[in-house]
Design a protein around this ligand. Structure first.
Ligand code: ZN
Ligand code: ZN
Length: 127
């Protein structure tokens, strides 16, 4: 399983940003079907590095040596991790209470599914 980003124009968000992220076994966008294994589309589907969340120890700046999604196990050397809740992108880490607490503590607004709602951008005035 890997994390990928589709940068095809048809997958842009409402603000025109080319950052539709998805998890998949293969670099193929589930939304527009772009196949990143075809060389001319290779720059459209970008492999994202999974960044796990490693909680801080009692000393600021030094992590506890394990990541939120595999508690009780030392973090494998090849795994990349961050102590910043807002930067971590591992879905399993972000599903943990440890991440949730850190996110709330750092002032990051966390969206709970049951209270999730769509915010409208303010309308742009015509020039
Ligand atoms: Zn796409
Ligand atoms: Zn993780």
């Amino acid at each position: 399983m890997g994390m990928y980003r589709c940068q095809a124009p048809q997958c842009a968000d409402r603000l025109g940003r080319l950052l539709f992220d998805f998890e998949s076994e293969v670099p193929v966008c589930p939304q527009c079907g772009t196949n990143g294994r075809i060389p001319r589309f290779a720059n459209i589907i970008i492999k994202l590095e999974t960044l796990h969340f490693e909680p801080m120890s009692h000393i600021e700046g030094i992590g506890i040596g394990e990541v939120a999604c595999t508690p009780g196990k030392p973090r494998p050397d090849l795994w990349r991790a961050t102590g910043m809740a807002s930067v971590a992108n591992c879905k399993a880490c972000k599903a943990t209470q440890v991440w949730q607490d850190a996110a709330e503590k750092s002032g990051l607004v966390t969206v709970h599914a049951e209270t999730d709602f769509v915010m409208e951008e303010p309308k742009q005035r015509e020039p």
